[in-house]
Design a protein around this ligand. Structure first.
Ligand code: AMP
Ligand code: ZN
Length: 472
């Protein structure tokens, strides 16, 4: 069975085929670093991580890029409102650059704690101003954008396909546009590529004027192009990114390059609280610390967030987390039982007993994942193995093969404890802290943590696939 994905652009499930055989170029919209990402955000990022891991299971090399938005994301997600970072900076009486540095560091520590595989690069918007200016100049030269008083807008009327992702129609957008449409726009639905504002703190002098900052959408067009090229296989985000963010990215990039931008657009549904979106503006958010304070590890949270299908809304409740933790304990226990059974401990079953059951379990897992990453359809394969192991129906040779399969399945799920023993939670936390220190280039601190772990008999090794540990 081939991997089939739901493409938001065509609104159908399509077999996945990469532009270049064996390689997938994937761009994930990352966090806006004005405050620590909440577990809702992590649902979107863990979806991206699971997708990458499944593609790797299928044998692809994945070039993954996730951006950090540190400027230009306004409170209305469009051209109006305050810059989220500058608003937070005023509130906290801090420099926005300082906020972005702190939050990004926290974000990397959270990713490490959640066991997320590292992307090739995490580009920051503010580091890519020349790349944005290059695209904006190109769009002006081709007649897709216009300058007015230091602002530059994309002229939506020059891109007839505008609306193809979201299904929005320009006439409806016009009718729905607020009365107070900015007077300098040619059409109400035109959107900003560059904005002039002398009062902005994070600003740049460019040929458009002495004090300006980029629009949020052009950032992702520029960063994806810089790090992955003109064309992508997959572009992801949460469902709220579809419009205006991704619709505008498509208009800019395709007008600039004259080619299709991403082949597949994939969007995860919201994590909800009491039936509504978990969001900072609604004040109903939980962080990894809140989850830890309730006694749950990042590993248990990860399982709670990835065990459902990303295309269905998910409700965040403590009961759901408790349920996930207990299901995960069942899978940890499966590993321990298989390990014992593979050594023939107390086994009455012949060595090859349960061979068909193992094949069926693998099929269920792979078919579920191939069906648009449907983890909830894939997991019953693992739980069928658990029932068989509990009932002593697996022979030693099959148990050994089942262990290998489970390690592979866990390379996708990333949360079952497949190592010899559970790592004490404090060692897990130290490994995450060391990762965060390395990200922040605080090598003194990262070396200190490494030595401290060594004293406890834990050896860390940095591999291209991340940190692995072993007992001394
Ligand atoms: P932001 O930091 O607002 O730029 O959002 C980062 C990512 O998190 C985007 O892809 C959003 O779509 C996603 N996101 C925001 N809130 C939620 C939520 N409650 N559930 C799932 N994803 C979310
Ligand atoms: Zn983006």
């Amino acid at each position: 069975m081939t991997f089939v994905v739901y493409n938001s652009l065509t609104r159908t499930k399509q077999p996945f085929r990469s532009l270049e055989p064996g390689v997938v170029r994937m761009y994930n919209c990352g966090p806006t670093v004005y405050s620590r990402p909440h577990v809702g955000n992590y649902r979107a990022f863990l979806f991206a991580d699971t997708l990458r891991r499944w593609l790797e299971y299928c044998g692809y090399r994945v070039e993954q890029v996730m951006n950090i938005t540190d400027v230009g994301h306004l409170t209305d997600d469009g051209d109006e409102g305050e810059d989220k970072l500058e608003k937070q900076a005023k509130k906290d009486k801090l420099d926005p650059w300082e906020i972005s540095r702190r939050v990004a560091q926290q974000f990397f520590a959270d990713l490490a704690a959640l066991g997320v595989r590292q992307a090739k690069v995490y580009p920051k918007a503010s580091d890519h101003i020349p790349e944005m200016v290059e695209i904006i100049e190109g769009l002006i030269a081709k007649g897709h954008a216009y300058e007015t008083g230091g602002n530059v807008y994309f002229d939506v009327s020059t891109f007839p396909e505008y609306g193809k992702l979201s299904g929005n129609r320009v006439e409806e957008l016009e009718a729905g546009a607020r009365i107070a449409v900015r007077e300098d726009k040619r059409n109400p639905e035109d959107f900003a590529l560059w904005k002039s504002d002398p009062a902005h703190i994070m600003k740049w002098a460019t040929r458009f004027g002495p004090h300006g900052f980029p629009g949020w959408h052009i950032e992702c067009s520029a960063m994806s192009r810089k790090h992955l090229g003109d064309r992508l296989d997959i572009h992801t985000g949460g469902e709220d990114n579809i419009f205006p963010h991704h619709e505008c990215e498509i208009a800019q990039t395709e007008s600039f390059t004259g080619q299709p931008f991403a082949t597949y657009w994939m969007h995860s549904k919201f994590l909800q609280v009491d039936g509504g979106k978990m969001s900072k503006s609604l004040g109903n958010v939980y962080t990894l610390d809140d989850v830890a304070a309730k006694g749950y590890s990042a590993r248990q949270l990860r399982f709670a967030l990835v065990r459902g299908h990303y295309g269905s809304p998910l409700n965040f409740t403590w009961d759901a987390l408790k349920d996930a933790a207990s299901a995960l304990e069942g899978l940890d226990d499966l590993v321990r039982r298989l390990r014992r059974a593979s050594k023939g401990d107390g086994a009455a079953a012949p060595a090859e007993a349960g061979a068909e059951l193992l094949d069926e379990a693998r099929r269920t897992f792979e078919d579920g994942m191939n069906d648009d990453l449907n983890v909830s359809r894939a997991l019953p394969g693992l739980f069928a193995l658990r029932s068989a192991a509990l009932e002593g129906r697996l022979g030693s040779a099959v148990a050994a093969r089942a262990l290998e399969f489970l390690a592979k399945a866990n390379a996708v799920l990333g949360c079952i404890q497949v190592e010899d023993e559970l790592l004490p939670a404090d060692i897990e936390a130290q490994i995450a802290a060391r990762q965060a220190a390395r990200k922040a280039k605080d090598f003194k601190e990262s070396d200190r943590i490494r030595d401290e772990l060594l004293a406890k008999g834990i050896v860390l090794e940095d591999t291209p696939k991340g940190v692995v540990w072993r007992k001394k």
